[in-house]
Ligand binder design. Structure first.
Ligand SMILES: Cc1cc2nc3c(=O)[nH]c(=O)nc-3n(C[C@H](O)[C@H](O)[C@H](O)COP(=O)(O)O)c2cc1C
Length: 206
């Protein structure tokens, strides 16, 4: 017989100290209720897995060690496996650098590194490679994941493949690309409300 789980979720805006550092977001408090019995503990990765395992958006969570061989991947959803051409269970323990290759732009990686080192979000576009050598362009929206006290505990990235926009010239730098499979219409309401893949002038290009 399968277990039925109820999750009660309370959210409130994160404190002004964190907002001053440039973050927007929600503080989440989760109670998992198992048919009346209170289950008191759930890690943030277990919580995200419950939502991310079925989404078409690639989701990857790492630790916060930036110097090589870090950061280390702690969770990757099946969509991330499909994007990168690997079984997502074999990705855990690797560094996201495994997708990089000859045309992965160093200047964009430097900007990525600087954002992570400053505990700031990063939004940009990179060329990455699958194990068979095919190159793909990926849009990356990476953010620090904070504990309730505001300490950065992990990084999370939302990723999707993009292709060059055909025809008329781009209106903005980010407008050079369009999503290959995962259009904005496929984003969940939760991802839309977090402004995932919402581009701005500081975007990093390939
Ligand atoms: C959550 C997360 C996801 C990442 N995803 C990618 C990715 O898909 N492709 C990529 O080339 N780099 C990705 N990176 C960036 C690399 O891990 C690394 O930070 C980048 O190469 C800059 O560091 P470096 O200057 O030490 O190489 C990701 C980093 C984090 C924290």
């Amino acid at each position: 017989m399968s277990n039925i789980f109820w999750i009660s979720l309370h959210a409130r805006s994160i404190g002004t100290r964190i907002q001053e550092q440039g973050y927007r977001g929600l503080m989440l408090h989760v109670d998992a209720l198992d048919t009346g019995r209170h289950v008191s503990h759930m890690t943030i990765i277990e919580f995200i897995r419950a939502f991310a395992d079925d989404t078409p958006v690639a989701v990857v969570i790492t630790d916060t060690v930036l110097e090589s061989p870090g950061p280390t991947i702690l969770y990757a959803n099946p969509a991330f496996g499909a994007l990168t051409g690997r079984d997502c269970t074999t990705i855990v323990g690797l560094t996201p650098r495994f997708m990089q290759g000859r045309e992965t732009r160093r200047a964009t990686l430097d900007a990525f590194h600087q954002a992570l080192a400053a505990n700031k979000p990063f939004h940009g576009f990179l060329s990455n490679y699958r194990p068979d050598g095919t190159r793909y362009r990926v849009e990356i929206d990476c953010r620090p994941l904070l504990s309730a006290s505001g300490k950065v505990e992990h990084f999370i990235a939302f990723e999707r493949e993009v292709v060059r926009r055909l025809g008329r010239p781009a209106l903005s730098r980010a407008g050079r690309y369009v999503p290959a499979h995962v259009s904005n219409a496929l984003l969940t309401d939760a991802l839309r409300s977090m402004n995932v893949f919402h581009s701005n002038e500081t975007d990093q290009m390939t």
